[in-house]
Design a protein around this ligand. Structure first.
Ligand code: HQG
Length: 221
């Protein structure tokens, strides 16, 4: 499959997350008492966020962690499993990562005992049940120009993840595409797809998800 080079590298893709760390320090200040601020910095939060993406989306078994089908991991088990692999986490750090994530990548359960990634999974143990929803007329997908030839043949495919990811705005799509090279934005006729029987879902963080986008619904911007 063209583009395979990327998919082979998926496990490390979370390292390309682009948290907006210029605003993170402000977020920390708002979230925690001053005495805590001095004990955390943006680098620590960035590393923790990447690590969480890795274990909660892709490789929970790397730290002996079990996710339920909805993607939830026990926070105590996460902290203990991470520590065995040399990643020092604590509840406060997790709470700050969750609350300051620019893309709201993670959620904490109401009883504060569990944590999960809200989308982006590749691990087979998770089958998160998103609620089906009618999409807006158009959604956008950011990719790199080097994938275009393959996309023109296959349409948009989920690859190692469970879904194709789409955004409601073009600016987000540009940022997403930039992770892999020269960005290009594809406009997807989402509503027309939906009317023809394709399912769409929206994750808690507003990212739109669908299984596959055939080429005849895709237009290059
Ligand atoms: C491309 C980030 C060849 C696709 C973002 C993309 C997102 C094809 C890459 C989330 C193809 C997959 C997911 C085809 C699609 N042939 N290449 N037929 N169909 N592709 O990372 O959508 O920061 O798995 O265009 O915001 O880029 O991690 O998916 O370039 O929501 O929270 O194959 O990751 O969120 O790459 O990004 P990915 P994505 P986080």
């Amino acid at each position: 499959m063209p583009g395979i080079d990327h998919h082979q590298g998926l496990l490390w893709k979370s390292l390309t997350e682009r948290d907006d760390f210029e605003t993170l320090d402000k977020a920390i200040s708002c979230t925690l008492p001053k005495v805590r601020v001095t004990t955390m910095n943006s680098k620590q939060l960035n590393e923790a966020s990447k690590f969480l993406s890795y274990v909660l989306r892709h490789e929970p078994q790397s730290i002996g962690l079990q996710l339920d089908t909805e993607g939830w991991a026990k926070i105590d088990s996460l902290i203990a499993g991470a520590a065995k692999e040399g990643h020092i986490l604590n509840r406060e750090l997790l709470l700050v990562v969750v609350s300051s994530s620019d893309k709201k990548r993670f959620a904490i359960s109401n009883d504060a005992q569990y944590i999960r990634a809200v989308q982006g999974h590749s691990t087979e143990s998770v089958n998160l049940q998103y609620i089906e929803k009618e999409p807006p007329e158009f959604l956008y997908h950011g990719t790199a120009t080097r994938f275009l030839e393959s996309i023109q043949q296959q349409g948009l495919i989920a690859g190692a993840r469970h879904h194709v990811h789409l955004s409601q705005d073009m600016a987000t799509a540009v940022t997403v595409g930039q992770r892999y090279g020269k960005p290009v934005v594809l406009k997807v006729e989402a509503l027309r797809m939906h009317q023809q029987g394709f399912n769409f879902f929206q994750a808690e963080n507003d990212v739109w998800l669908t299984g596959h986008v055939p080429i005849f619904f895709i237009h290059q911007e």
